[in-house]
Each structure stands twice: as structure tokens, then as C-alpha cells.
Design a protein around this ligand. Sequence first.
Ligand code: ADP
Length: 279
Amino acid sequence: MAVLSRLIWRRAASARSFCTKSDRQLLSSPLSSALPANDSTGKGRNVQWVFLGCPGVGKGTYAARLSKLLGVPHIATGDLVRHELSSSGPLSSQLAEIVNQGRLISDEIIIDLLSKRLEEAQAKGQTGFILDGFPRTVRQAEILEDVTDIDLVINLKLREEALIAKCLGRRTCSECGGNYNVACIDIKGEDGNPRMYMPPLPPPPQCESKLITRSDDNEEVVKERLRVYNEQSRPVEDFYRLRGRLLEFDLPGGIPESWTKLLHVLNLDDHEHKRTAAA
Ligand SMILES: Nc1ncnc2c1ncn2[C@@H]1O[C@H](COP(=O)(O)OP(=O)(O)O)[C@@H](O)[C@H]1O
């Protein structure tokens, strides 16, 4: 196991006072001490952001777009877990059982997977990241807090009926890895809530026959994941709210509309214009 993983886990497993100063320096170095490729924070490094939100809300979609825009890696712990599942390594069957029941895998395993991914980023000289799907428990948030200086936490929000439909409509192309959604969500406005319309995101013709559905995207498991989110991950929102770092974002509709609004609240509309003009 990599040094960082060992140290982070030792940190997680022990009391706060356990770590020596040199441990602390080692712990934080992969995330924040290398020279920045692009200092977009004024802190001598690139952005270190987190996406929170229920299953199906679109964390992956918007985190991937922002990471491209800001030139930082998009690190999704769900992808790290699925990669491990597909590797048929020793952990694979243990993880499959947990994921397919809609439960969370242990803090120890997820931190180990994340540490390895962060070390790869460090080796490439990357100083920022957008995390998606981590932290999911208050304990994970505390560990992250000890080793990084998270700038911003974006909490994506959508009505529950839309979340379930979106999870059930998710498809991935088994060849190119592209993500699509076949659900057409149209919830009429009532009780002061506006109408919510999210058109499908259909695959291109060459992917149509190669679409696969995640094994945990069936109704029973999605409902369990939502229950687990409310029980174990909702308190993470309060963790960051209390620290003044939580940005609440209600998705207004489909991707074009939501992306424009998100860039606006993040003060990044200009960034997008410059990038499009330079392309
Ligand atoms: N931070 C984490 N802690 C524990 N388990 C995790 C974490 N991230 C991902 N997982 C596991 O991987 C599964 C898939 O994660 P993800 O793709 O992020 O799903 P979702 O669509 O529910 O947001 C989760 O249901 C959980 O079992």
C-alpha cells in the first residue's frame, strides 16, 4: 500500500493528536504543496472543489465539465470503485456485494483507492482537483479536512422523483465510455415549484447498440442509495455549511440551462467565453 494511503488511514483510524508534524507535511504534500500548473485560487495552486448531491443528481456531468474548463482532474470515487470491480482483484467480489445493495463501502477502502488516485495526480504535477462522490460520511469529510484545504463545496439539488427517473435512465457506452440518459423528465409545477423539464441525452447512433446499465441503477437499489444518502451523507452538507463553504445549487432543468446558471453563480461565465473563443 502506498505511503500516503497508509498515513491517511493511520490518521483516520487514530486520534487527532496521533500524527506528528512530519506526518502532516507528508499527508498534505500530494494535494497542495507541488508547484501549481495553473494558480486559479491565489493560494499557489489550482482549485480544490467537492461536489455533493444525491445519486442521479448530475455530479459526474457537471464535475467533468468544470474539470475540463479549469484544467484539473475530475476524481469520482464511484469510478474508482467501478474500476476496482472490473479488475477482478481480491477486493472485487466484496465490493460488488456492497455496491449492488446500495450501501457505502468502508472508509478504509475508499480512502485507500482515493489516495492512490491522488498520488497519480501528484506524480503528474497536478495541484488541484474536483472530487465527486467523496466525502460521503462525516468521518471522510474530517479526514479530508485534515489533509487538504477545500475551497468550495457545490451541493447539487433536484426533486426526488427526478433523481429516481434519472438514475433509471442512465446508460454508458461499453466501447467509448460515453454517458447518456434515455429518461425524459417532465414534472408539472405545483405547490409553488416550477415545472421541471429535462430532455433525454441520447447516445449517438454508433453507441446505440453498445449501451449498458449500471448494475446498481435499478429501482430497489436506487431507493436504498437515496435512503443511505439521507442517513449518512446529508450530515456532510451540514459539516461544510457550518464552515461557510457550501454553495447550494438547485438544478433548473436540463444540461444547457443548468450549466449556464452554474457558471454564472461560480463567476465563471467569462472563463467559458475566453475558452470558447480560444478553441
Ligand atoms: N465516498 C464513498 N464512500 C463509500 N462508498 C462509496 C464512495 N464513493 C462511491 N462509493 C460506492 O460506490 C457506489 C457508486 O458510487 P457513485 O458512482 O458515486 O454513485 P451515485 O450515482 O450513487 O452518486 C456507491 O453506491 C458506493 O457503494
